[in-house]
Write a protein that binds this ligand. Structure first.
Ligand SMILES: Nc1ncnc2c1ncn2[C@@H]1O[C@H](COP(=O)(O)OP(=O)(O)OP(=O)(O)O)[C@@H](O)[C@H]1O
Ligand SMILES: [Mg+2]
Length: 286
């Protein structure tokens, strides 16, 4: 018998209005039904104002639904007593790493959430050590967080969440303020946590290259889920992406231009290597 996937997050008929929404525009979240399964890597893309940040905040109980509900591991986000539990099982990383670091050393920062759990101090120390090693932060433990690079700061923020042993990490444009090497550093970290430890990732991004790391991609527009499917299907559908003012990855856009110029390439080319392989085969055929 095929095992049913375990649902980490479920949104049912979810609606959210900011004050004034009904007067001059539609709801920020406009009737979303979706689930996120254990261990899944989901990217969420969509134009500015489509509701991506609002959706993550609803998942993290930072906002309460105006209609419908969000269940995190079966617990409703409006169950106030359970909010700390929800935030432990689904931690959130924001765009600006500076706004998430609170302590005077990296070590204290990673331990910050754990201190609130009233864990024995030996266990806190052990978790901080393990997480720091896991994210290659062990040599930085005594450094003040504000002196780290952007990529290192985001890794400290991720470490603080990881120390809570989450099922899921929600990330709202986590690399938007980073240079290319910081971006790579954070993406590699997140991908490893997903692949090696089965932590579900929900990754909001404006970079199609980043969305291409995900297994599944969801497109939001005007508070609605307008597309939801495997990355190789969603991110190679240029006509659809362009219709929402979104771009394909450089490879997808290039493959489309090559097709226009008469190259008979497969339709679902997403990654650099796939384009190179197709072009090499093409050469050999012609
Ligand atoms: N605090 C707020 N008060 C009122 N309206 C808001 C607030 N935050 C967001 N909105 C509105 O809700 C809608 C969705 O915003 P949201 O920030 O979720 O979009 P987004 O997809 O994250 O956009 P971006 O790509 O720019 O980050 C937009 O119309 C926005 O103007
Ligand atoms: Mg946003």
């Amino acid at each position: 018998m095929v095992k049913k996937p375990e649902i980490i997050i479920e949104a049912k008929a979810l609606e959210f209005n900011y004050p004034g929404d009904s007067l001059n525009r539609s709801s920020a979240i406009n009737g979303i039904d979706m689930t996120v399964n254990r261990g899944e890597y989901l990217a969420i893309i969509g134009p500015n104002g489509s509701g991506k940040t609002t959706l993550l905040k609803l998942f993290n109980a930072l906002l309460a639904p105006s209609g419908g509900e969000v269940l995190v591991e079966g617990i409703s986000t409006v169950d106030h007593e359970k909010v700390p539990l929800i935030r432990r099982s689904c931690g959130m990383i924001f765009q600006n790493p500076d706004n998430q670091l609170v302590a005077t050393t990296v070590e204290e920062d990673i331990a910050f959430g754990l201190e609130n759990l009233a864990l024995p101090s030996a266990e806190i120390r052990q978790r901080v050590t393990e997480v720091a090693q896991r994210l290659h932060l062990d040599k930085l433990l005594l450094h003040p967080p504000h002196l780290l690079s952007g990529g290192e700061k985001q890794r400290v923020a991720i470490a603080g969440i990881l120390a809570m042993q989450p099922r899921c990490i929600l990330m709202d444009e986590p690399t938007a303020m980073l240079d290319p090497s910081g971006r790579r550093e954070v993406l590699d970290t997140v991908k490893a946590l997903n692949r090696e430890e089965g932590i579900a990732i929900i990754h909001v991004t404006h970079f199609p290259e980043e969305a291409a790391h995900a297994d599944r991609v969801l497109v939001l527009n005007q508070g609605e889920v307008v597309e939801d499917g495997p990355a190789e299907i969603i991110l190679t559908d240029l006509e659809m992406l362009h219709s929402y003012n979104l771009q394909g990855t450089a490879v997808v856009e290039l493959a489309a231009l090559l097709r226009q110029d008469g190259f008979n390439l497969p339709t679902r080319i997403l990654h650099n290597r796939e384009l190179v392989n197709s072009l090499c085969q093409y050469e050999r055929k012609s």
